[in-house]
Design a protein around this ligand. Structure first.
Ligand code: ATP
Length: 355
């Protein structure tokens, strides 16, 4: 009866000047934190923990925003503000024109249940329920007719590659398969916003890459607003349309993977991206420079989104020292040459940090 909402326009999320101080007297310490009191001093002098410090982040609708940082940097705290599991000490989390932090309990519960779905590192499946029952659990809670809940759940179970396993129990499945159930459950809920907290971190490396591929494949069509937490840079670079790097509760840099790898904002981020294989990340379009007016264009052409290691390989094979970079519509974006490619690929990511 009730129409599926797959076609519904996903909302973005605006996080504005968010502060979270853990401790009984959080509000009292807020002015000092705003004036620059750091995490360590707050802890040592006042026995409070600075969870988040002046975080502003625009999470675009229909895209994957990755929040990354080391353990304790505030990733989980941030994602839990998005669905109101944690209330901020100050600041706003705006979704669909509403401040999540200002919602009444009833409204917040409805928002959490209907607009958001979470995928956890530890899967959080119900052990005594089958794959099908786990996947449809959220719909059961919402009181959907059984036949409809069943139909929707089966569809997503199939989409994550688990057709035939509907009657299995979680303990009968591998970790990767259990997390597919976690994903199917989140998708069955049909929420616009997917919150994924280290969702693939417990999986073996190959399975993890598999799950990333499944998510990317589904996302092409689903266009959910996804906030994905990870401490793994490779995962962040693979998944993130946008990446936010946290340290000690503060935002170090927000940007695309290309921007972060090529132009780390400071020494900390530079350190983070130092080991990255830049040739496999940076795209031709990122380093293309405008063709000189009137100059002849190189005879060789590469695609805008081709990664530099492939571009270099093809250029060397073709004996080309330079190439045009064109987008899928054939539009000229600029030119690149081998020295520029090598320069971008060489791992000299020490930030020219001004400070
Ligand atoms: N309920 C709480 N009470 C007190 N301090 C907390 C609480 N929750 C989190 N913290 C502290 O806030 C900071 C950020 O923690 P958070 O769990 O968000 O980090 P994280 O980046 O998700 O780390 P991890 O990758 O280890 O999960 C840490 O210093 C943590 O100890």
């Amino acid at each position: 009866m009730s129409a599926p909402q797959e076609q519904g326009q996903a909302h973005g999320i605006e996080i504005r000047n968010l502060y979270k101080i853990f401790g009984p007297d959080a509000a009292r310490h807020l002015p000092a934190v705003k004036a620059g009191l750091g995490k360590e001093e707050l802890h040592d002098r006042h026995d409070h923990v600075l969870g988040l410090c002046d975080i502003s982040l625009s999470v675009p609708p229909g895209r994957i925003t990755v929040v990354m940082g080391l353990s304790g940097s505030g990733k989980s705290t941030l994602i839990r503000h998005v669905n109101g599991l944690i209330a901020p000490t100050a600041g706003q989390v705006i979704c669909g024109g509403q401040d999540v932090a200002a919602m009444s309990d009833v409204r917040l519960r409805a928002f959490r249940r209907e607009k958001t779905a979470m995928v956890f590192q530890k899967f959080a499946l119900l052990p005594h329920r089958t794959v099908l029952e786990n996947a449809r659990y959220g719909l059961d809670i919402r009181g959907l007719p059984a036949a409809e809940a069943d139909g929707r759940a089966r569809r997503w179970i199939e989409r994550v590659g688990l057709k035939g396993y509907e009657g299995y129990y979680p303990r009968q499945l591998s970790g990767g398969m259990q997390q597919r159930v976690g994903l199917a459950r989140a998708l069955t809920n049909d929420a616009e916003i997917l919150l994924m907290d280290e969702a693939f971190s417990a999986l073996d490396p190959l399975i993890r890459v598999d799950m990333q591929s499944i998510l990317l494949e589904l996302q092409k069509e689903l266009r959910k607003t996804i906030v994905f937490i990870t401490h793994d840079l490779d995962e962040a670079l693979r998944l993130g349309d946008k990446i936010a790097i946290l340290r000690d509760g503060a935002m170090e840099q927000v940007g695309t993977g290309q921007e972060i790898v090529l132009r780390p904002a400071n020494a900390y981020v530079a350190d983070f991206v130092r080991e990255v294989n830049r040739g496999r990340i940076i795209e031709a379009q990122t380093i293309a420079t405008p063709a000189a007016p009137g100059a002849a264009l190189p005879g060789f052409t590469v695609k805008a989104r081709s990664k530099l290691d492939r571009v270099a390989q093809r250029m060397v094979e073709a004996g080309a020292g330079a190439a045009q970079v064109r987008d899928p519509q054939g539009q000229l974006l600029g030119v690149i040459d081998l020295p520029a490619i090598l320069n971008a690929m060489v791992n000299s990511a020490d930030a020219e940090s001004e400070e």
